[in-house]
Design a protein around this ligand. Structure first.
Ligand code: DSN
Length: 430
């Protein structure tokens, strides 16, 4: 048994080491990921991760929480400052958890919610398979304008008068252009419905003032804190003051008991980094996304949203049908160390989930490690060469490693730290 266990542990250590080396040598372009600074990681390793703090600041169910109360109170206050929010709950441990809490706060079973279909960018938690379904909410998809790549406001208004939804869900996983939150807020007011905005993908851009601000126009804003916002993996719920009790009760005891206090401490550090450096980071992220989209387009890729300037966020979406579809292309790119995901595009049917028409690219992580417009051109060329098999995969992989060599440190953070290889010594010691 001991022998078997030791072999398994060896396998585990090798996987951890290989993972870090692979990422050190790769171009990370998954739109929902980011890299945290060493400062954020240090706080992730504190004693807080060994403790419990059920309940609210000042109203806990266990002893020993006095200093944890200060940490959570600071987290709430920094979040309110950063987003100018009336109320903030910082306890959800993930974006889906936050969305379950939001649906519980805003709707009853049987109520109708409008969400974007998954191909149009809606997240699974906006639908019956996840958070909305858990609350028993009936979901109707928004009418979508394929030219504008956005919600069709006029058609939505007509449909809303007929279906009388209680919740309008905005925000998306494929999110190129800001949703019409003001217009939806007006429709919601007419029928006494609520606006729930899932800002997970764009939270760092909102914090950096590079995307529209949904907070004044939404009743509830949910968001994970690890996509464009470069924090640890957890989530927040912002709301209007009058919904604060409903939101807090939906979060605890609704969806969390303890709420992973080490990552709460790390989140505080990431908030402070965004307050100090967020504007520069967000500005460069959007510039990089536009530069990458333009380079891909010039090379001959079908980048979606051309008539609208391709993107206003951290994301770029490309229709790769002519190259065999998103699945084939994403796997081909992985073989040359370019990491991104296949993605349904708005005109895809859900039956195309396994091999959708598109790929989705996010530039927030490469921005954090210091890449600028020139590197976006290089990434576009790597992608063109790999997908069109202009060179051997081995050659392209070496080019990617060379490009990445110069970009191993996290910027826009308290310490410009090496992040992909920091585990080496630790692993050798166990
Ligand atoms: N699945 C994530 C994304 O990539 O958008 C969101 O949870």
């Amino acid at each position: 048994m001991l022998e078997e266990a030791r072999n398994l542990f060896k396998e585990f250590k090798k996987a951890v080491k290989d993972h870090h080396e692979f990422f050190a040598d790769s171009i990370p372009l998954i739109a929902s990921e980011n890299v945290t600074s060493l400062a954020v990681r240090r706080f992730y390793l504190t004693d807080f991760g060994c403790r419990y703090a059920e309940g609210k600041v000042g109203k806990r169910f266990y002893q020993g929480c006095d200093y944890i109360d200060v940490v959570e109170d600071v987290a709430i206050k920094l979040t309110k400052l950063l987003f100018n929010a009336e109320h903030a709950n910082v306890q959800p441990i993930s974006g889906v958890t936050a969305n379950i809490a939001a649906f519980f706060a805003l709707a009853k079973p049987g109520d109708v919610a409008f969400s974007l279909s998954v191909p149009c960018g809606g997240h699974i938690s906006h639908h019956r398979f996840s958070a909305a379904g858990i609350r028993g909410v009936k979901v109707i998809n928004y009418p979508f304008d394929m030219e504008e790549l956005n919600i069709d406001v006029e058609e939505t208004k007509k449909l809303a008068m007929k279906e009388k939804p209680k919740v309008f869900v905005l925000g998306a996983s494929l999110y190129l252009f800001p949703h019409p939150v003001k217009e939806i807020e007006e429709i919601a007011k007419e029928i006494d419905a609520k606006v729930m905005y899932d800002a997970s993908h764009v939270l760092g851009l909102i914090a950096g003032k590079e995307f529209h601000d949904p907070v004044p126009h939404s009743d509830v804003v949910t968001a994970s804190t690890h996509k464009t916002f470069p924090g640890p993996q957890r989530a927040i719920v912002l709301s209007k003051k009058e919904l604060s009790k409903k939101v807090d009760t939906a979060v605890f005891p609704g969806v969390v008991s303890n709420h992973h206090l080490h990552s709460l401490a790390a989140y505080v550090v990431s908030c402070m980094e965004m307050i100090e450096f967020g504007r520069d980071y967000a500005k460069q992220t959007v510039k990089n996304a536009k530069a990458l989209a333009e380079s891909l387009h010039e090379l001959g890729f079908k980048v979606i949203g051309e008539s609208k300037g391709f993107t206003e966020s951290h994301q770029v979406a490309v229709d790769v049908t002519e190259f065999g579809g998103g699945d084939k292309v994403a796997k081909k790119l992985e073989r040359v160390n370019v990491i991104l995901n296949k993605n349904l595009l708005p005109w895809d049917d859900l039956s195309k989930t396994e091999n959708p028409s598109g790929i989705r690219i996010g530039v927030q992580e490469v921005t954090r490690i210091g890449m600028k417009e020139g590197e976006m051109r290089e990434i576009a060329e790597v992608m063109w060469n790999a997908i069109n098999e202009k060179k051997s995969e081995e050659k392209i992989r070496e080019e990617v490693k060379d490009l990445k060599k110069e970009f191993t440190k996290v910027h826009y953070s308290f310490d410009e730290s090496e992040v992909y290889r920091i585990l080496e010594n630790f692993l050798n010691g166990i």
